[in-house]
Design a protein around this ligand. Structure first.
Ligand code: SAM
Length: 515
Protein backbone atom coordinates (compact mmCIF):
# COMPACT_ATOMS: atom_id res chain seq x y z
CA UNK A 1 0.00 0.00 0.00
CA UNK A 2 2.80 2.44 0.95
CA UNK A 3 4.54 2.36 -2.49
CA UNK A 4 1.28 2.68 -4.34
CA UNK A 5 0.39 5.70 -2.18
CA UNK A 6 3.57 7.62 -2.65
CA UNK A 7 3.38 7.33 -6.42
CA UNK A 8 0.15 9.31 -6.20
CA UNK A 9 0.34 13.06 -5.67
CA UNK A 10 -0.41 14.25 -2.15
CA UNK A 11 -4.03 15.36 -2.11
CA UNK A 12 -4.85 13.93 -5.54
CA UNK A 13 -8.43 12.61 -5.82
CA UNK A 14 -7.00 9.12 -6.50
CA UNK A 15 -4.93 9.10 -3.32
CA UNK A 16 -7.84 10.40 -1.25
CA UNK A 17 -10.15 7.80 -2.77
CA UNK A 18 -7.66 5.00 -2.12
CA UNK A 19 -7.03 6.09 1.47
CA UNK A 20 -10.73 6.33 2.19
CA UNK A 21 -11.62 2.91 0.79
CA UNK A 22 -8.68 1.19 2.56
CA UNK A 23 -9.60 2.89 5.86
CA UNK A 24 -13.23 1.81 5.45
CA UNK A 25 -12.18 -1.75 4.62
CA UNK A 26 -10.06 -1.86 7.79
CA UNK A 27 -13.00 -0.49 9.76
CA UNK A 28 -15.21 -3.33 8.49
CA UNK A 29 -12.47 -5.80 9.37
CA UNK A 30 -12.47 -4.29 12.88
CA UNK A 31 -8.79 -3.40 12.62
CA UNK A 32 -9.38 -0.24 14.59
CA UNK A 33 -5.83 1.11 15.08
CA UNK A 34 -4.90 0.68 11.41
CA UNK A 35 -8.19 2.18 10.28
CA UNK A 36 -7.65 5.21 12.54
CA UNK A 37 -4.21 5.74 11.04
CA UNK A 38 -5.51 5.83 7.47
CA UNK A 39 -8.50 7.99 8.35
CA UNK A 40 -6.13 10.42 10.08
CA UNK A 41 -4.07 10.69 6.92
CA UNK A 42 -7.21 11.15 4.82
CA UNK A 43 -8.60 13.79 7.22
CA UNK A 44 -5.34 15.79 7.23
CA UNK A 45 -5.02 15.72 3.43
CA UNK A 46 -8.69 16.65 2.94
CA UNK A 47 -8.38 19.60 5.31
CA UNK A 48 -5.28 20.88 3.51
CA UNK A 49 -7.07 20.57 0.20
CA UNK A 50 -10.16 22.39 1.46
CA UNK A 51 -7.97 25.27 2.69
CA UNK A 52 -6.21 25.42 -0.69
CA UNK A 53 -9.49 25.44 -2.63
CA UNK A 54 -11.11 28.06 -0.38
CA UNK A 55 -13.11 30.58 -2.36
CA UNK A 56 -12.49 28.94 -5.75
CA UNK A 57 -14.42 25.68 -6.24
CA UNK A 58 -17.56 25.46 -4.06
CA UNK A 59 -18.71 22.13 -5.55
CA UNK A 60 -15.41 20.35 -4.83
CA UNK A 61 -15.27 21.89 -1.37
CA UNK A 62 -18.80 20.67 -0.66
CA UNK A 63 -17.92 17.12 -1.75
CA UNK A 64 -14.67 17.14 0.22
CA UNK A 65 -16.45 18.36 3.34
CA UNK A 66 -19.05 15.61 3.02
CA UNK A 67 -16.40 12.91 2.86
CA UNK A 68 -14.43 14.62 5.64
CA UNK A 69 -17.54 14.49 7.83
CA UNK A 70 -17.97 10.77 7.16
CA UNK A 71 -14.27 10.08 7.76
CA UNK A 72 -14.39 11.89 11.13
CA UNK A 73 -17.47 9.90 12.03
CA UNK A 74 -15.84 6.59 11.08
CA UNK A 75 -12.67 7.46 12.97
CA UNK A 76 -14.86 8.27 15.97
CA UNK A 77 -16.47 4.83 15.65
CA UNK A 78 -13.05 3.14 15.63
CA UNK A 79 -11.88 5.22 18.60
CA UNK A 80 -15.03 4.41 20.54
CA UNK A 81 -14.36 0.70 19.91
CA UNK A 82 -10.96 1.20 21.51
CA UNK A 83 -12.74 2.80 24.52
CA UNK A 84 -11.28 6.18 23.67
CA UNK A 85 -14.60 7.96 24.25
CA UNK A 86 -13.05 11.43 24.63
CA UNK A 87 -11.25 11.36 21.28
CA UNK A 88 -14.32 9.80 19.69
CA UNK A 89 -16.36 12.72 21.02
CA UNK A 90 -13.94 15.22 19.59
CA UNK A 91 -14.21 13.63 16.12
CA UNK A 92 -18.00 13.64 16.38
CA UNK A 93 -18.07 17.32 17.34
CA UNK A 94 -15.88 18.19 14.36
CA UNK A 95 -18.05 16.13 12.03
CA UNK A 96 -21.18 17.84 13.37
CA UNK A 97 -19.60 21.24 12.76
CA UNK A 98 -19.63 20.28 9.08
CA UNK A 99 -23.12 18.75 9.10
CA UNK A 100 -25.00 19.29 12.33
CA UNK A 101 -27.63 16.60 11.74
CA UNK A 102 -25.34 13.92 10.30
CA UNK A 103 -27.23 10.79 11.37
CA UNK A 104 -24.34 8.35 11.75
CA UNK A 105 -22.33 10.91 13.72
CA UNK A 106 -25.23 11.67 16.04
CA UNK A 107 -25.53 7.95 16.78
CA UNK A 108 -21.81 7.63 17.35
CA UNK A 109 -21.70 10.72 19.59
CA UNK A 110 -24.66 9.43 21.59
CA UNK A 111 -22.86 6.14 22.17
CA UNK A 112 -19.62 7.93 23.11
CA UNK A 113 -21.55 10.08 25.60
CA UNK A 114 -23.04 6.92 27.06
CA UNK A 115 -19.48 5.61 27.37
CA UNK A 116 -18.67 8.73 29.38
CA UNK A 117 -21.77 8.20 31.57
CA UNK A 118 -23.32 11.46 30.29
CA UNK A 119 -26.79 10.04 29.99
CA UNK A 120 -28.88 13.19 29.49
CA UNK A 121 -26.50 14.63 26.85
CA UNK A 122 -26.57 11.24 25.10
CA UNK A 123 -30.38 11.35 25.16
CA UNK A 124 -30.35 14.77 23.43
CA UNK A 125 -28.14 13.35 20.69
CA UNK A 126 -30.40 10.37 20.09
CA UNK A 127 -33.45 12.66 20.09
CA UNK A 128 -31.94 14.67 17.22
CA UNK A 129 -30.97 11.45 15.43
CA UNK A 130 -34.55 10.22 15.72
CA UNK A 131 -35.69 13.09 13.46
CA UNK A 132 -33.68 11.62 10.59
CA UNK A 133 -35.61 9.51 8.07
CA UNK A 134 -32.99 6.74 8.44
CA UNK A 135 -33.74 6.44 12.16
CA UNK A 136 -34.63 2.89 13.11
CA UNK A 137 -35.94 1.24 16.25
CA UNK A 138 -32.45 1.06 17.66
CA UNK A 139 -32.47 4.85 18.17
CA UNK A 140 -35.60 4.55 20.30
CA UNK A 141 -33.96 1.69 22.20
CA UNK A 142 -30.92 3.83 22.90
CA UNK A 143 -33.21 6.63 24.10
CA UNK A 144 -34.91 4.23 26.50
CA UNK A 145 -31.53 3.07 27.75
CA UNK A 146 -30.43 6.69 28.37
CA UNK A 147 -33.62 7.42 30.30
CA UNK A 148 -33.24 4.31 32.46
CA UNK A 149 -29.57 5.00 33.20
CA UNK A 150 -30.23 8.67 33.93
CA UNK A 151 -32.95 7.67 36.39
CA UNK A 152 -30.54 5.25 38.07
CA UNK A 153 -27.78 7.86 38.13
CA UNK A 154 -30.12 10.35 39.81
CA UNK A 155 -31.77 8.04 42.31
CA UNK A 156 -29.36 5.16 42.90
CA UNK A 157 -32.37 2.85 42.45
CA UNK A 158 -30.85 -0.34 41.08
CA UNK A 159 -32.39 -3.77 41.24
CA UNK A 160 -29.92 -6.60 40.77
CA UNK A 161 -32.10 -9.16 42.60
CA UNK A 162 -32.42 -11.54 39.68
CA UNK A 163 -28.76 -11.46 38.75
CA UNK A 164 -27.64 -12.03 42.33
CA UNK A 165 -30.14 -14.84 42.74
CA UNK A 166 -28.88 -16.51 39.60
CA UNK A 167 -25.49 -16.76 41.31
CA UNK A 168 -24.00 -13.75 39.45
CA UNK A 169 -24.27 -15.66 36.20
CA UNK A 170 -25.28 -14.38 32.80
CA UNK A 171 -24.78 -10.91 31.43
CA UNK A 172 -23.60 -8.44 34.07
CA UNK A 173 -26.42 -5.94 34.63
CA UNK A 174 -25.97 -2.49 33.24
CA UNK A 175 -25.19 0.02 35.95
CA UNK A 176 -25.03 3.80 35.89
CA UNK A 177 -22.60 6.01 37.74
CA UNK A 178 -24.22 7.32 40.90
CA UNK A 179 -23.01 9.61 43.68
CA UNK A 180 -25.17 9.68 46.80
CA UNK A 181 -25.26 12.27 49.60
CA UNK A 182 -21.54 12.59 50.13
CA UNK A 183 -18.72 15.12 50.03
CA UNK A 184 -14.95 14.98 50.30
CA UNK A 185 -13.49 16.59 53.41
CA UNK A 186 -10.42 16.46 55.54
CA UNK A 187 -10.45 13.33 57.66
CA UNK A 188 -9.33 13.42 61.27
CA UNK A 189 -7.14 10.37 60.96
CA UNK A 190 -5.85 10.19 57.43
CA UNK A 191 -5.73 12.86 54.73
CA UNK A 192 -9.05 13.28 53.03
CA UNK A 193 -12.11 11.10 53.33
CA UNK A 194 -15.67 10.75 52.12
CA UNK A 195 -18.39 12.11 54.43
CA UNK A 196 -22.18 11.75 54.54
CA UNK A 197 -24.05 15.00 53.94
CA UNK A 198 -27.38 13.44 55.06
CA UNK A 199 -28.46 10.54 57.25
CA UNK A 200 -28.01 7.33 55.27
CA UNK A 201 -30.07 4.25 56.06
CA UNK A 202 -28.46 0.78 56.11
CA UNK A 203 -28.37 -0.81 52.65
CA UNK A 204 -28.58 2.51 50.77
CA UNK A 205 -26.23 2.90 47.83
CA UNK A 206 -23.58 5.54 48.41
CA UNK A 207 -21.56 5.31 45.21
CA UNK A 208 -21.59 3.43 41.96
CA UNK A 209 -18.49 4.32 40.06
CA UNK A 210 -16.86 2.99 36.94
CA UNK A 211 -13.21 2.05 36.86
CA UNK A 212 -10.62 4.10 35.03
CA UNK A 213 -9.02 0.75 34.21
CA UNK A 214 -9.29 -2.86 35.32
CA UNK A 215 -7.32 -6.01 34.76
CA UNK A 216 -8.59 -9.47 35.60
CA UNK A 217 -7.29 -12.96 35.28
CA UNK A 218 -6.90 -16.41 36.70
CA UNK A 219 -3.60 -17.06 38.36
CA UNK A 220 -1.95 -20.44 37.94
CA UNK A 221 0.37 -22.28 40.29
CA UNK A 222 2.64 -20.36 42.65
CA UNK A 223 5.48 -19.44 40.28
CA UNK A 224 3.48 -18.91 37.13
CA UNK A 225 0.82 -17.19 39.28
CA UNK A 226 3.35 -14.65 40.48
CA UNK A 227 4.49 -14.01 36.93
CA UNK A 228 0.89 -13.69 35.74
CA UNK A 229 0.24 -11.22 38.55
CA UNK A 230 3.23 -9.09 37.51
CA UNK A 231 2.05 -9.06 33.89
CA UNK A 232 -1.43 -8.07 35.00
CA UNK A 233 -0.04 -5.17 37.04
CA UNK A 234 2.07 -4.04 34.10
CA UNK A 235 -0.96 -4.13 31.77
CA UNK A 236 -3.05 -2.36 34.38
CA UNK A 237 -0.54 0.47 34.80
CA UNK A 238 -0.35 0.80 31.00
CA UNK A 239 -4.16 1.02 30.83
CA UNK A 240 -4.28 3.72 33.52
CA UNK A 241 -1.51 5.64 31.73
CA UNK A 242 -3.41 5.41 28.43
CA UNK A 243 -6.64 6.64 30.05
CA UNK A 244 -4.81 9.52 31.69
CA UNK A 245 -3.18 10.52 28.39
CA UNK A 246 -6.43 10.30 26.48
CA UNK A 247 -8.62 12.35 28.76
CA UNK A 248 -7.83 15.46 30.71
CA UNK A 249 -10.62 14.82 33.20
CA UNK A 250 -9.27 11.35 34.01
CA UNK A 251 -5.84 12.91 34.45
CA UNK A 252 -7.27 15.39 36.97
CA UNK A 253 -9.14 12.63 38.79
CA UNK A 254 -6.14 10.34 38.99
CA UNK A 255 -3.80 13.14 40.02
CA UNK A 256 -6.14 14.01 42.91
CA UNK A 257 -5.42 10.60 44.48
CA UNK A 258 -3.14 10.07 47.41
CA UNK A 259 0.15 8.22 47.16
CA UNK A 260 -0.08 7.60 50.90
CA UNK A 261 2.59 10.23 51.61
CA UNK A 262 2.21 13.73 52.99
CA UNK A 263 -1.53 13.25 53.35
CA UNK A 264 -1.86 16.50 55.31
CA UNK A 265 -0.90 18.56 52.27
CA UNK A 266 -3.40 16.98 49.89
CA UNK A 267 -6.02 19.17 48.22
CA UNK A 268 -9.72 18.57 48.82
CA UNK A 269 -11.36 18.05 45.42
CA UNK A 270 -14.95 19.13 44.93
CA UNK A 271 -17.34 16.20 44.57
CA UNK A 272 -18.67 17.69 41.29
CA UNK A 273 -15.37 16.75 39.66
CA UNK A 274 -16.59 13.15 39.88
CA UNK A 275 -20.06 13.76 38.41
CA UNK A 276 -19.87 12.80 34.73
CA UNK A 277 -22.69 15.11 33.59
CA UNK A 278 -21.16 18.12 35.34
CA UNK A 279 -17.63 17.51 34.16
CA UNK A 280 -16.55 19.46 31.14
CA UNK A 281 -14.66 17.24 28.77
CA UNK A 282 -11.48 18.90 27.65
CA UNK A 283 -9.37 16.99 25.20
CA UNK A 284 -5.75 16.89 25.95
CA UNK A 285 -3.64 15.99 22.98
CA UNK A 286 -0.88 15.09 24.87
CA UNK A 287 -12.70 -8.98 44.93
CA UNK A 288 -15.61 -11.60 44.61
CA UNK A 289 -13.61 -14.46 46.10
CA UNK A 290 -15.34 -17.35 44.33
CA UNK A 291 -12.03 -18.63 43.11
CA UNK A 292 -8.88 -18.16 45.15
CA UNK A 293 -6.81 -18.03 41.96
CA UNK A 294 -8.96 -15.27 40.52
CA UNK A 295 -7.15 -11.96 40.59
CA UNK A 296 -8.32 -8.48 39.74
CA UNK A 297 -6.95 -4.97 39.85
CA UNK A 298 -8.81 -1.76 39.25
CA UNK A 299 -8.78 1.95 39.82
CA UNK A 300 -11.97 3.67 40.92
CA UNK A 301 -11.16 7.30 41.61
CA UNK A 302 -13.97 8.51 43.88
CA UNK A 303 -14.11 5.23 45.81
CA UNK A 304 -10.39 5.76 46.49
CA UNK A 305 -11.28 8.59 48.86
CA UNK A 306 -12.86 6.13 51.27
CA UNK A 307 -10.59 5.49 54.21
CA UNK A 308 -10.28 2.19 55.97
CA UNK A 309 -11.72 1.62 59.42
CA UNK A 310 -11.86 -1.45 61.65
CA UNK A 311 -15.36 -0.21 62.58
CA UNK A 312 -16.56 0.41 59.02
CA UNK A 313 -20.01 1.65 58.07
CA UNK A 314 -19.91 0.81 54.37
CA UNK A 315 -19.21 -2.16 52.15
CA UNK A 316 -17.80 -2.20 48.67
CA UNK A 317 -18.50 -4.81 46.02
CA UNK A 318 -17.62 -4.97 42.34
CA UNK A 319 -20.09 -5.53 39.55
CA UNK A 320 -18.37 -5.68 36.16
CA UNK A 321 -16.24 -2.54 35.88
CA UNK A 322 -18.19 -0.76 38.62
CA UNK A 323 -17.41 -0.40 42.30
CA UNK A 324 -20.64 -0.32 44.30
CA UNK A 325 -20.45 1.12 47.81
CA UNK A 326 -23.39 0.88 50.20
CA UNK A 327 -24.11 1.59 53.86
CA UNK A 328 -23.54 -1.52 55.99
CA UNK A 329 -25.26 0.23 58.91
CA UNK A 330 -27.12 3.47 59.49
CA UNK A 331 -24.84 6.47 58.96
CA UNK A 332 -25.46 9.91 60.46
CA UNK A 333 -25.06 13.16 58.51
CA UNK A 334 -21.49 14.41 58.94
CA UNK A 335 -20.10 10.94 59.74
CA UNK A 336 -17.11 9.72 57.73
CA UNK A 337 -17.86 6.86 55.36
CA UNK A 338 -15.37 4.06 55.82
CA UNK A 339 -14.96 0.54 54.55
CA UNK A 340 -12.78 -2.37 55.62
CA UNK A 341 -9.78 -2.84 53.33
CA UNK A 342 -9.26 -6.23 54.97
CA UNK A 343 -11.19 -8.62 57.21
CA UNK A 344 -11.90 -6.87 60.51
CA UNK A 345 -14.03 -9.61 62.04
CA UNK A 346 -12.09 -12.30 63.89
CA UNK A 347 -9.00 -10.12 63.73
CA UNK A 348 -7.48 -9.01 67.02
CA UNK A 349 -5.39 -5.84 67.13
CA UNK A 350 -2.00 -7.39 66.27
CA UNK A 351 -3.38 -9.24 63.25
CA UNK A 352 -5.07 -6.05 62.00
CA UNK A 353 -1.84 -4.11 62.49
CA UNK A 354 -0.06 -6.60 60.23
CA UNK A 355 -2.77 -6.35 57.60
CA UNK A 356 -2.76 -2.53 57.66
CA UNK A 357 1.01 -2.62 57.35
CA UNK A 358 0.76 -4.74 54.23
CA UNK A 359 -1.50 -1.97 52.84
CA UNK A 360 1.21 0.54 53.72
CA UNK A 361 -0.35 2.38 56.66
CA UNK A 362 -0.82 2.25 60.38
CA UNK A 363 -4.53 2.32 61.24
CA UNK A 364 -5.74 5.27 63.27
CA UNK A 365 -9.35 4.17 63.68
CA UNK A 366 -11.20 4.35 67.00
CA UNK A 367 -11.20 0.58 67.48
CA UNK A 368 -7.43 0.33 67.06
CA UNK A 369 -6.96 3.22 69.51
CA UNK A 370 -9.29 1.60 72.02
CA UNK A 371 -7.69 -1.83 71.78
CA UNK A 372 -4.15 -0.38 71.92
CA UNK A 373 -4.94 1.41 75.15
CA UNK A 374 -6.59 -1.67 76.56
CA UNK A 375 -3.81 -4.09 75.72
CA UNK A 376 -1.06 -1.73 76.93
CA UNK A 377 -2.87 -1.53 80.26
CA UNK A 378 -3.82 -5.11 80.31
CA UNK A 379 -1.45 -7.99 80.80
CA UNK A 380 -4.47 -10.29 81.08
CA UNK A 381 -5.42 -9.68 77.44
CA UNK A 382 -1.95 -10.62 76.26
CA UNK A 383 -2.06 -13.80 78.29
CA UNK A 384 -5.52 -14.54 76.95
CA UNK A 385 -4.29 -14.10 73.38
CA UNK A 386 -1.33 -16.39 74.04
CA UNK A 387 -3.84 -18.93 75.31
CA UNK A 388 -5.82 -18.58 72.08
CA UNK A 389 -2.68 -19.27 70.08
CA UNK A 390 -2.10 -22.43 72.11
CA UNK A 391 -5.67 -23.44 71.25
CA UNK A 392 -7.62 -23.21 74.51
CA UNK A 393 -11.21 -24.43 74.72
CA UNK A 394 -13.40 -21.92 72.82
CA UNK A 395 -16.11 -21.91 75.50
CA UNK A 396 -13.54 -21.13 78.15
CA UNK A 397 -12.12 -18.37 75.93
CA UNK A 398 -15.51 -16.69 75.43
CA UNK A 399 -16.22 -16.94 79.14
CA UNK A 400 -12.79 -15.40 79.89
CA UNK A 401 -13.40 -12.44 77.54
CA UNK A 402 -16.89 -11.82 78.93
CA UNK A 403 -15.72 -11.99 82.56
CA UNK A 404 -12.62 -9.96 81.71
CA UNK A 405 -14.71 -7.19 80.20
CA UNK A 406 -16.44 -6.78 83.55
CA UNK A 407 -13.09 -6.31 85.31
CA UNK A 408 -11.59 -4.12 82.57
CA UNK A 409 -14.70 -1.92 82.73
CA UNK A 410 -15.43 -2.43 79.05
CA UNK A 411 -19.03 -1.27 78.69
CA UNK A 412 -21.78 -0.67 76.15
CA UNK A 413 -20.76 -0.55 72.51
CA UNK A 414 -17.12 -1.23 73.36
CA UNK A 415 -18.05 -4.82 74.23
CA UNK A 416 -18.83 -5.33 70.54
CA UNK A 417 -15.27 -4.31 69.67
CA UNK A 418 -13.65 -7.10 71.66
CA UNK A 419 -16.31 -9.61 70.66
CA UNK A 420 -15.57 -8.74 67.02
CA UNK A 421 -11.84 -9.22 67.58
CA UNK A 422 -12.36 -12.67 69.12
CA UNK A 423 -15.33 -13.60 66.96
CA UNK A 424 -13.66 -16.88 65.98
CA UNK A 425 -14.16 -18.40 69.44
CA UNK A 426 -17.68 -17.02 69.80
CA UNK A 427 -18.58 -18.57 66.45
CA UNK A 428 -17.13 -21.91 67.47
CA UNK A 429 -19.20 -21.96 70.65
CA UNK A 430 -22.50 -20.98 69.02
CA UNK A 431 -21.95 -23.54 66.26
CA UNK A 432 -21.27 -26.40 68.65
CA UNK A 433 -24.04 -28.21 70.50
CA UNK A 434 -21.46 -29.70 72.84
CA UNK A 435 -19.94 -26.32 73.75
CA UNK A 436 -23.35 -24.72 74.08
CA UNK A 437 -24.45 -27.45 76.52
CA UNK A 438 -21.37 -26.75 78.63
CA UNK A 439 -21.08 -22.95 78.33
CA UNK A 440 -24.47 -21.79 77.04
CA UNK A 441 -25.70 -20.52 80.41
CA UNK A 442 -22.44 -18.78 81.27
CA UNK A 443 -22.03 -16.72 78.13
CA UNK A 444 -24.35 -14.17 76.48
CA UNK A 445 -26.80 -15.40 73.86
CA UNK A 446 -25.74 -15.53 70.22
CA UNK A 447 -28.33 -12.84 69.39
CA UNK A 448 -26.87 -10.41 71.94
CA UNK A 449 -23.33 -10.97 70.66
CA UNK A 450 -24.31 -10.69 66.98
CA UNK A 451 -26.20 -7.44 67.72
CA UNK A 452 -23.28 -5.90 69.54
CA UNK A 453 -20.75 -6.91 66.87
CA UNK A 454 -23.01 -5.72 64.08
CA UNK A 455 -23.38 -2.42 65.88
CA UNK A 456 -19.67 -1.74 65.58
CA UNK A 457 -18.46 -3.42 62.40
CA UNK A 458 -21.70 -3.17 60.42
CA UNK A 459 -23.36 -6.00 58.54
CA UNK A 460 -21.33 -9.05 57.65
CA UNK A 461 -22.35 -12.28 55.97
CA UNK A 462 -20.97 -14.39 58.83
CA UNK A 463 -23.15 -12.56 61.35
CA UNK A 464 -26.12 -12.95 59.05
CA UNK A 465 -25.49 -16.67 58.61
CA UNK A 466 -25.28 -17.12 62.35
CA UNK A 467 -28.63 -15.37 62.93
CA UNK A 468 -30.35 -17.35 60.19
CA UNK A 469 -28.96 -20.65 61.53
CA UNK A 470 -30.21 -19.67 64.99
CA UNK A 471 -33.69 -19.04 63.63
CA UNK A 472 -33.72 -22.36 61.81
CA UNK A 473 -32.56 -24.27 64.86
CA UNK A 474 -35.29 -22.71 66.98
CA UNK A 475 -37.83 -23.75 64.37
CA UNK A 476 -36.46 -27.29 64.19
CA UNK A 477 -36.43 -27.46 67.98
CA UNK A 478 -40.20 -27.08 67.99
CA UNK A 479 -40.50 -23.32 68.41
CA UNK A 480 -43.38 -21.90 66.40
CA UNK A 481 -42.39 -19.80 63.41
CA UNK A 482 -39.96 -16.97 64.00
CA UNK A 483 -41.28 -13.72 65.28
CA UNK A 484 -41.79 -10.83 62.90
CA UNK A 485 -39.16 -8.86 64.80
CA UNK A 486 -36.58 -11.61 64.28
CA UNK A 487 -37.41 -11.83 60.61
CA UNK A 488 -37.15 -8.06 60.20
CA UNK A 489 -33.79 -8.08 61.96
CA UNK A 490 -32.44 -10.71 59.56
CA UNK A 491 -33.76 -8.82 56.54
CA UNK A 492 -32.18 -5.59 57.81
CA UNK A 493 -28.87 -7.36 58.23
CA UNK A 494 -29.33 -8.79 54.72
CA UNK A 495 -29.77 -5.26 53.38
CA UNK A 496 -26.57 -4.23 55.11
CA UNK A 497 -24.71 -7.15 53.54
CA UNK A 498 -26.18 -7.17 50.04
CA UNK A 499 -27.56 -3.60 49.89
CA UNK A 500 -30.81 -2.38 48.50
CA UNK A 501 -29.83 -3.62 45.02
CA UNK A 502 -31.61 -6.76 46.19
CA UNK A 503 -34.82 -4.82 46.31
CA UNK A 504 -37.33 -7.64 46.08
CA UNK A 505 -38.18 -8.94 49.57
CA UNK A 506 -38.67 -12.44 48.24
CA UNK A 507 -35.24 -12.33 46.61
CA UNK A 508 -33.65 -11.15 49.86
CA UNK A 509 -35.35 -13.97 51.79
CA UNK A 510 -34.02 -16.56 49.35
CA UNK A 511 -30.59 -15.00 49.40
CA UNK A 512 -30.24 -15.05 53.18
CA UNK A 513 -31.54 -18.63 53.25
CA UNK A 514 -34.97 -18.01 54.75
CA UNK A 515 -36.94 -19.60 51.89
C1 SAM B 1 -7.48 4.89 49.26
S1 SAM B 1 -6.66 6.10 50.18
C2 SAM B 1 -7.88 6.83 51.15
C3 SAM B 1 -7.98 8.31 50.93
C4 SAM B 1 -6.79 9.10 51.45
N1 SAM B 1 -6.92 9.34 52.88
C5 SAM B 1 -6.67 10.42 50.70
O1 SAM B 1 -6.53 11.47 51.34
O2 SAM B 1 -6.68 10.38 49.47
C6 SAM B 1 -5.76 5.05 51.24
C7 SAM B 1 -4.72 5.74 52.06
O3 SAM B 1 -5.36 6.52 53.07
C8 SAM B 1 -4.70 6.35 54.33
N2 SAM B 1 -5.61 5.65 55.24
C9 SAM B 1 -6.77 5.05 54.94
N3 SAM B 1 -7.37 4.56 56.02
C10 SAM B 1 -6.57 4.82 57.06
C11 SAM B 1 -6.63 4.54 58.44
N4 SAM B 1 -7.64 3.87 59.00
N5 SAM B 1 -5.61 4.97 59.22
C12 SAM B 1 -4.57 5.64 58.70
N6 SAM B 1 -4.44 5.94 57.40
C13 SAM B 1 -5.43 5.53 56.57
C14 SAM B 1 -3.47 5.52 54.05
O4 SAM B 1 -2.41 6.37 53.77
C15 SAM B 1 -3.87 4.76 52.81
O5 SAM B 1 -2.74 4.39 52.06
Amino acid sequence: MGGEQFEQKEGSPELLQSLRSKATELLFREEWEESIQLYTKFIDLSRTKITKLAGSDPDSIHKLKKSLCLALCNRAEARARLHDSSEAMRDCDQALEIENTHFKTLLCKGKALLGLSKYSSALECFKTALLDPQASESVTEYMEKCKKLEFKAKTGAFDLSDWILSGFRGITPELAEFIGSVEIKKSEGSGRGLFATKNIVVGTLILVTRAVATERGILGSEESGEKAQMIMWKNFVEEVTKSVRRCDRTRRLVSSLSTGEEEEKLEIPDISLFRPEEASETYDDSKQDLNKEYYGIGLWTLASFINHSCVPNARRVHVGDYAVVHASRDIKAGEEITSAYFDVLSSPLEKRKEMAESWGFSCKCSRCKFESLLSVANQEIREFEMGLERGVDAGNAVYTVEEGMKRWKVKGKDKGLLRASYWGVYEEVYNSERLMRRWGRKVPTMEVVVDSVCDVIGSDERLLKMLVEGMKQKKNGGCSSSSIAEMEKVLKLGKGVYSKVVSKKKAMKTLVGLE
